[in-house]
Write a protein that binds this ligand. Structure first.
Ligand SMILES: *[C@@H]1O[C@H](CO)[C@@H](O)[C@H](O)[C@H]1NC(C)=O
Ligand SMILES: *[C@@H]1O[C@H](CO)[C@@H](O)[C@H](O)[C@H]1NC(C)=O
Ligand SMILES: *[C@@H]1O[C@H](CO)[C@@H](O)[C@H](O)[C@H]1NC(C)=O
Length: 236
């Protein structure tokens, strides 16, 4: 009995030591900030209104929220930046594999990342639910690799396939997950505007809502102060 208690105490002490040493967390923090910058990528993100979106490539709500957000990004151009983070949700089939494909492709050609995300959104139904129930992990990776080559070109087939054997891309995808978790994000899509959570209004954020939130922040002209207050009410 005493022996057991000592063992338990030793085990607990060891755990505390591991936590202090950060054992098992040696890839945090990562070598670069998590996320994909949209478009030409205004490199000075802090000089713009910064939207952070947390998406899962196989999440229908993420898919539906993208067109209005994209429209808003094009409307504001260089005044607004988007940093996209991935949160592969455990209850979405193949969320991790498709997220990893985005990291693999982003490493090869950063201009292809958002086109691939749009590809996954368009053919999302092929990647979850009954469709994939009988498929092996290897055959799903094969499908995902083929999808990626549709976007970046078939000459990249081998390179993308190898990407799935490269632990770096596994770690990058884990970092995305851990980053989202560390921000308290537990679903997709989640949006932050200049670091503040855009509250869930119960409805999808449409283009009109994006305009209402961002117009006052970029000092759009001809807006009555009442609209400013309205926008603030999203956050306060
Ligand atoms: C990178 O991807 C973009 C978008 O898919 C494409 O237009 C461009 O040709 C690609 N560049 C290379 C070097 O493959
Ligand atoms: C999966 O396999 C089961 C058992 O063999 C079969 O009954 C079912 O129809 C299959 N589902 C699909 C989507 O192929
Ligand atoms: C990836 O690794 C598996 C198992 O180690 C191996 O069978 C496969 O040939 C590798 N694929 C590539 C494209 O290197």
């Amino acid at each position: 009995m005493k022996m057991l208690r000592t063992t338990i105490l030793q085990f607990a002490a060891l755990q505390v030591l591991f936590i202090l040493l950060g054992v098992g967390a040696d890839y945090i923090p990562p070598s670069r900030f998590d996320g994909f910058v949209y478009g030409k990528g205004n490199l000075n993100l802090l000089d713009t209104v910064l939207i952070e979106a947390f998406y899962d490539p196989v999440c229908p709500d993420s898919r539906d929220s993208w067109p209005p957000l994209k429209q808003a990004l094009h409307h504001y151009a260089s005044r607004v930046s988007l940093l996209l983070h991935l949160l592969p949700l455990p209850y979405h089939d193949n969320a991790f594999v498709t997220s990893r494909a985005l990291h693999i492709v982003n490493n090869l050609n950063a201009s292809a990342t958002f086109p691939l995300l749009e590809w996954f959104f368009r053919y999302q139904e092929n990647f979850y639910g009954a469709q994939t129930r009988n498929l092996s992990r290897a055959s799903i990776i094969e499908e995902v690799v083929k999808s990626a080559t549709q976007v970046v070109g078939s000459s990249y087939y081998k390179t993308i396939k190898n990407g799935f054997n490269d632990t770096t891309t596994d770690i990058q995808t884990r970092v995305s997950f851990k980053y989202a978790a560390s921000r308290g994000v537990y679903g997709t899509p989640f949006f932050y505007v200049n670091g503040f959570l855009l509250p869930d209004t119960g409805a999808a954020v449409d283009y009109k809502t994006w305009r209402k939130v961002i117009d006052p922040l970029v000092g759009a002209k001809n807006k009555k102060s009442i609209q400013n207050e309205e926008s603030l009410h999203f956050f306060l």
